[in-house]
Design a binder for this molecule. Structure first.
Ligand code: F0G
Length: 421
């Protein structure tokens, strides 16, 4: 199986350019990386991955650089369309660590990226590839964050951007970002999966370059989340993390982290048995990956109706499942579903340690809590939770989860009196 954790290095096919090529994860057909616009395999429609003949170790990365492009040796280009993405904080959360009873718990807060989500890591690479390919119009379907990032990186590159959003289901901050950064916003009468169907069709007809996570170049940028977490754990604990817990929508991050680990194993920097356990969390109302993991299924069933307050992960058809399911299984991981109430409670827990995240991000902590309670996560584990987006992305959810403002008169005595109540 091409997606197993093997230390075998790939052999470059004749089409490789500078030691890089695109390869189908199903039939292993290979393609030159920037020769034509292509998202899936011509022969079997399988998902594509970027492959490299020379895989870097941590010692190879540029110690003077910071952020995503510090890891250029693991990426298909030497530089991108950059707004200084990556190098996000890995927060300590001593109270949560104590309460959950873990050896170590850290929060990798991807909400601290330029547009407030991890999508920037993918776009800095994906938009640069689009420029390389010479396309004119960029497009994505989005639950919000992808559209905000695409709009920002597209405008930075001086390219036209088109975003398709499920009407009424995208948090206010995200629409505002896409709007101000100059994307053309189309509100679709359907859910995210329907938006993605349309964008894929537009891309197939050559009307736009697709920058959803089906695009293999975007996932290359997102690999750097894993590289940063591993490097930081090695530095702080002299050990790799045992487990990485992350929210799952299209399963792009799950696929990207697994790819980062596989490449480190191939490079000889990480032993197979030290690969962190990938643990995916979905909302109960949108949990097709959890269903597939629980049933031991090879394919994920598309859920037609999905609902959750965590609108970022309101997704019924995780397109990267063929890459992500092996990632969860081969690392000995699992997947778990959490309720909206559990998500909100976790959002408050993180806020109580000064970390502001949007609902989908809090799913990681909610899932970890649940797995810890049933003993599926051990007390001696060092765990990293990924929080994918910033609190201000969804101000309505934050306000609903937080305290109500209290009206007071404009005088000190009145304020003091209110404080005694
Ligand atoms: N968390 C947040 C905040 C997201 O915006 C998304 C995906 C995910 C988690 C799920 O990540 O797809 O890699 O499993 N948001 C996409 C969007 C779908 O359009 O912004 P995944």
């Amino acid at each position: 199986m091409s997606l197993s954790l093997s230390s075998e290095r790939p052999t470059p096919p004749a089409v490789a350019v500078d030691g890089a090529w695109l390869e189908c994860i199903d039939c292993a057909d290979s393609y030159a990386p920037f020769e034509a616009v292509r998202y899936t395999c011509d022969a079997c429609d399988g998902l594509l991955e970027v492959r490299y003949a020379d895989l870097p170790t941590f010692d190879d990365f540029d110690s003077d650089a910071t952020g995503v492009w510090r890891y250029a040796d693991a990426l298909p280009l030497e530089s991108g369309v950059s707004i200084q993405e990556g190098a996000t904080p890995l927060y300590e959360v001593p109270r949560l660590e104590d309460e959950l009873g873990l050896e170590a718990l850290r929060i990798k807060h991807e909400g601290m990226n330029p547009t407030g989500s991890f999508k920037d890591r993918g776009m800095t690479v994906g938009v640069a590839v689009a420029r390389e390919l010479g396309v004119s119009r960029l497009a994505c379907a989005s639950t919000g964050n992808t559209s905000a990032a695409l709009a920002a990186y597209g405008s930075r590159a001086g390219m036209e951007t088109l975003v398709l959003l499920p009407a009424g289901k995208v948090a206010a901050g995200k629409v505002a970002q896409a709007s101000l950064h100059g994307a053309r916003i189309l509100e679709v009468d359907g859910n995210f999966d329907a938006c993605l169907d349309v964008v894929q069709e537009l891309a197939a007809r050559g009307e736009a370059y697709l920058l959803n996570s089906l695009n293999p170049f975007r996932l290359e940028g997102q690999k750097t989340i894993g590289l940063e977490i591993l490097e930081a754990f090695r530095e702080d604990y002299d050990a790799w993390p045992d487990r990485i817990v992350l929210p799952v929508g299209n399963a792009g991050n799950t696929a990207a982290l697994y790819k980062a680990f596989r490449e480190l194993v191939q490079a000889g920097d990480l032993d197979r048995e030290d690969v962190p356990t990938l643990t995916g969390v979905q909302a109960e109302g949108a949990a097709p990956m959890v269903e597939a993991i629980e049933n031991g299924a090879d394919e994920v069933r598309r859920w037609a109706d999905v609902e959750t307050r965590a609108t970022a992960i309101r997704i019924g058809n995780p397109v990267n499942a063929p890459k992500a399911l092996p990632g969860i299984r081969e690392t000995g991981g699992t997947a778990v579903a959490v309720s909206d109430a559990e998500i909100t409670a976790a959002q408050r827990d993180l806020a109580g340690e000064g970390i502001g995240v949007e609902p989908a991000s809090a799913a990681s902590i909610a899932g970890l809590r649940k797995l810890r309670e049933v003993g599926a996560v051990d007390a001696d584990e060092r765990v990293a939770c990924l929080t994918t987006g910033h609190l201000l992305k969804d101000p309505d959810a934050a306000a609903a989860a937080g305290a109500e403002p209290e009206p007071v008169p404009a005088d000190t005595d009145g304020v003091l009196e209110a404080l005694t109540e």
